[in-house]
Write a protein that binds this ligand. Sequence first.
Ligand code: KG4
Ligand code: ZN
Length: 333
Amino acid sequence: MTDTLLGIETSCDETAAAVVDDGRTVRSSIVSSQVDLHARYGGVVPEIASRAHVELIGPVLAEALEHAGTGLADVDAVAACRGPGLAGALLVGVSAAKALALVADIPYVGVNHLEAHLYAAWLEEPDLEPPLAVLVASGGHTLLVVMEAHGRYRIVGQTVDDAAGEAFDKVARHLGLGYPGGPAIDALARTGDPHAVPFPRAMPDQPNFSYAGLKTAVVNHVRQHPDQPVADVAASFQAAAVDQLVDKLAAAADAAHAPTLVLGGGVAANTELRARVRALADDTGRRAFLPAPRLCTDNAAMIAAAGWWRWHADGPSPLDDGVDPTLGLPATG
Ligand code: KG4
Ligand code: ZN
């Protein structure tokens, strides 16, 4: 029998809803981005995000059900992201999910946003089997995880300062490329020379990441060389940022003897990172699973996917389970 889950994601500046069967088959996935609302401030403004979620959640949910050709009566459980993220933003999605669960008399499942980024890979590769070496790189997190089995995660490395996506966003802002910075740098870097500036590769022999020094190096370089083409600076920054991600992923996969590499999080949409991880897999006889960019950035299909696995492992979440803005990945060792 098929389980149909309605997933809801409102942890940051995307209001998203999706209908997914058995944690694998996406029947609809609606993402309403608030980027335009926040761009003029150069980053996400929490209060504006919460208000926009309140306005958008109803229409986005209706659209997700309509696109899937279904109604609430045919949904078996509703899953919502309960953290990590912005408290007010999370509350909108979780409250909507609980209300729908009560109205339809179906289970509610609270989902960890980081675990959901991991499960995005199952939406395109239903037969994926652990152990996996997974890199989750987003605007708020940079995590290197060995997934030993479903629900069993060993955190191998994480950032000691800025997240990778945060570094893309801050450097883009400094280079006058606007918000969000990742896609802007990705596009501009294609026309630049990645060897133009030898930016530092932080902490090469350690599993943890660091991006604050790289960001400062870019700021200092631009101050000292105002005439250098911005495309060269962007390409050189991206090369340093991606090198760090790929080198540590390679070391983690070696140490864990993981035959499969997986990417997740918004930065996993980066063209150069995807090419480098594919090359790493080819060179080392591994398989690489890189979810489509629309599944790497925040979406609700990944929430429904992770929610399905959690529901089957742990059962429904209690309705008095609140949001948790600082929720971490449930590590097992
Ligand atoms: O996972 P996500 O959508 O939201 C968070 O959970 O943070 O990630 C958003 C981050 C932003 O920092 C954005 O600049 C970055 O992912 N990003 C990219 C690309 N697309 C999005 N970074 C590098 N290259 C991209 N193509
Ligand atoms: Zn995310």
